[in-house]
Write a protein that binds this ligand. Structure first.
Ligand code: 6PG
Length: 254
């Protein structure tokens, strides 16, 4: 199920998003002593990250992951880890506990499948999965031999004009993936190569927000709220999961 939250403008959408992330971090740490949060790339979340830096004072035991990454060198301006570094980490008070940013260390090696596998292994080693009762178990076939999916506490995603989210593009074979956590993909926006979390991993999260703004996204918002279709990957996020789509009035205008 995908629930729409409409805000007056992009700034209010960013503020609401920052509040969701800060609350998810607090509750995860209160319940499990650690928080695993996946962040989005693209341009829209930048303001939310700046606001989040000002909101959450204590980043102890917070692990930050990237729901997708572009296969460029780690210090390249197109890198999503550079976005998080410059709009969130750079604004955190020095001398205080910092979050751990799990970059896709092999993103710039020119071997996207190896970068995806390495990131998946790091996720498996760091983020606990659930075999009973948790969201992850919903799709987990008991006895299937596939280990349970890691359960992230919070996932933030963006939305492309074509309805893509993370680096899951319309009608892409990656949408069919049922076992792997992270796969390499050919992106339909530059840069051409990327790695992305798969739908089962995204759906296993405890909370998911899709953040978008601007009239250019209005058709994609409407398609995301329509019955699930591989033509609109974001619409598939709500199968077996509850997702909040935060959009400003312009993006929710269709
Ligand atoms: C990426 C993103 C991608 C992004 C959308 C929206 O790495 O490019 O993860 O899914 O969220 O393309 O991008 P904008 O916010 O720039 O419109």
């Amino acid at each position: 199920m995908i629930e729409l939250t409409v805000t007056d403008d992009a700034e209010a959408a960013a503020r609401a998003c920052a509040a969701r992330i800060a609350a998810a971090i607090e509750s995860a740490r209160a319940q499990r002593g650690v928080a695993h949060v996946a962040l989005a790339g693209g341009s829209t979340p930048a303001r939310a990250y700046e606001l989040l830096a000002g909101r959450a004072g204590d980043w102890r035991d917070v692990h930050l992951w990237l729901g997708d990454e572009r296969c460029v060198p780690l210090d390249h301006p197109d890198s999503n880890s550079v976005l998080v570094r410059d709009t969130l980490l750079a604004h955190l008070p020095a001398g205080r506990p910092q979050p751990i940013l799990h970059r896709v260390e092999r993103a710039g090696d020119g071997d996207p499948p190896a970068a995806a596998d390495a990131y998946a292994a790091e996720l498996r080693a760091s983020v606990p999965g659930e075999t009973t009762g948790g969201p992850a178990s919903a799709g987990h076939m008991a006895g299937s031999g596939t280990p349970p999916f890691p359960v992230l506490d919070f996932v933030l995603l963006g939305l492309g004009e074509d309805g893509h989210t993370a680096s899951l593009f319309p009608d892409d074979p990656a949408l069919e993936e049922r076992e792997r956590l992270v796969v390499a993909v050919r992106r339909r926006k530059p840069p051409p190569d990327g790695v992305t979390f798969t739908l089962p991993l995204l759906r296993a999260a405890r909370a998911t927000v899709v953040l978008t703004a601007g009239a250019a996204k209005a058709q994609a918002v409407a398609a995301t709220l329509a019955p699930p279709s591989a033509h609109t990957p974001a619409s598939l996020l709500g199968i077996g999961a509850t997702v909040e789509l935060i959009a400003d009035r312009a993006a929710a205008s269709a």
